[in-house]
Design a protein around this ligand. Structure first.
Ligand code: FAD
Length: 265
């Protein structure tokens, strides 16, 4: 049974509350399963924080928090950082200077019809789609971060994060498998947006009708014709995507201008 009140929302919008909740969960729940961060794990976490600090849309408290966290991580001479120190920074030190991340989960576009459905995994997909579109809109944002040399930095950081930290280990294995087949062929920012869209649709197809499928949000090829009619075409009686129109749609859907502040703190 879901004890949360239902929040009405518009499927053609992306909600800041979902992105903020994603980061809340990532920092306060997912990361908490790692007592210390060191070596490769620490590098992967730093890259994720840098990516979000540089590409998260709209400025505001989240960007400030991720920038402060990023500066702090980069300034640490330590090769080994206790998780408690990250939490202390996020929960206490930054709060004093007025920078904070919502202290609760508030799913909107990612709410499920009952507890345990949707939520965090939905918001993580949403976050990375937003970051691929933001990278396309701000191609120089990652200059001097060490990530600028990668052809598809958002996908590569996502791949490493999912493989190392994502609580759903089976999802991590599937995603790694897909990445090892096709991700290295991604050459530019447009392909980066489209690769993630295509991969997400493959996962939707695999999971349609499974236990994790929320009956109110059945998995289906996305965007539906009602969201983007021109994305769909028929050739010789077979459904095909119009990829130019899909790209156009994704750039609009995951753009800063389509982010709704409703329900956000
Ligand atoms: P989600 O699939 O989470 O989608 C969230 C929102 O993104 C949708 O509501 C829609 O607005 C939008 N969207 C949907 N499709 C696309 C698309 N193609 N492109 C852009 N936007 C889109 N679960 C498993 O059981 N097995 C797995 O192997 C697995 N692998 C995963 C791998 C990753 C990297 C992630 C982040 C999650 C994975 N999950 C897996 C979870 C699963 O994909 C869903 O996130 C979860 O079941 C919740 O589904 P949802 O209905 O909220 O929609």
């Amino acid at each position: 049974q879901n004890t949360e009140p239902w929040r009405d929302f518009d499927r053609s919008k992306v909600y800041m509350a979902d992105l903020e909740s994603a980061l809340h969960y990532l920092l306060r729940v997912e990361l908490a399963t790692h007592n210390t961060l060191e070596g490769e794990e620490l590098k992967i976490f730093k890259d994720l924080v840098t990516l979000v600090a540089k590409l998260y849309p709209g400025g505001g408290s989240v960007v400030k928090l991720m920038e402060t966290l990023s500066d702090w991580l980069l300034s640490m001479p330590l090769q080994r950082i206790p998780y408690q120190a990250v939490l202390d920074l996020v929960d206490n030190k930054m709060r004093i200077s007025g920078v904070f991340l919502g202290a609760e989960l508030r799913w909107v576009g990612c709410q499920g019809s009952r507890a345990g459905l949707r939520g965090y995994p939905c918001s993580l997909w949403t976050l990375f789609h937003v970051l691929t579109v933001q990278h396309d809109a701000n191609p120089t944002a990652l200059d001097n971060t060490g990530l600028e040399a990668e052809a598809a930095p958002v996908l590569q950081v996502m791949r490493r994060y999912i493989r190392t930290f994502f609580g759903c280990r089976e999802c991590g294995r599937h995603f790694e498998q897909a990445a090892s087949v096709g991700m290295d062929n991604v050459q530019n920012r447009e392909q980066q947006i489209l690769w993630l869209w295509q991969q997400h649709n493959r996962v939707n197809m695999r999971l349609a009708g499974s236990l994790s499928d929320d009956p109110l949000f059945p998995k289906a090829p996305w965007p539906s014709p009602s969201l983007c009619a021109s994305c769909h075409e028929e050739k010789n009686g077979i459904h095909v995507w119009n990829q130019d129109n899909v790209l156009h749609f994704l750039r609009h859907h995951y753009a800063a201008s389509n982010l709704s502040p409703e329900y956000s703190v």
